[in-house]
Design a binder for this molecule. Structure first.
Ligand code: ZN
Length: 108
């Protein structure tokens, strides 16, 4: 059982779901105030934040392209695998965000 320094695992889960919005600067001042101390104390969230920020910066410089059907199929398979491992929920959220991003790309 993982006990985080600044709170419960539940708090980590809740904030993990807001991490993308935090990276995109879409959180309210109050939500940011909750996120920042958690980020300082949580290695997993810091790593996730760095990954998402790097991905965001990278996507910002890329032309919009459509993911191949094969790639989307592989991601869907990976998502199915992730849901079978509830302890790895950060990766699951991450994969969900990737699929959402790919969907946004294919609509453009
Ligand atoms: Zn966390």
């Amino acid at each position: 059982m993982t006990q985080l320094i600044d709170g419960t695992e539940e708090r980590h889960q809740a904030l993990t779901e807001q991490l993308t919005a935090y990276v995109d600067e879409e959180l309210s001042a109050e939500e940011r105030t909750q996120m920042q101390p958690h980020l300082l104390g949580c290695t997993r969230c810091r790593r996730e934040f760095a990954l998402q920020r790097a991905l965001r910066a990278r996507l910002a410089g890329q032309p919009t392209t459509r993911a191949s059907a094969a790639l989307r199929e592989r991601i869907a398979t990976a998502l199915d695998t992730a849901t079978e491992r509830p302890s790895d929920s950060v990766s699951q959220v991450w994969a969900t965000n990737i699929v959402r991003g790919l969907g946004a790309c294919s609509n453009g």
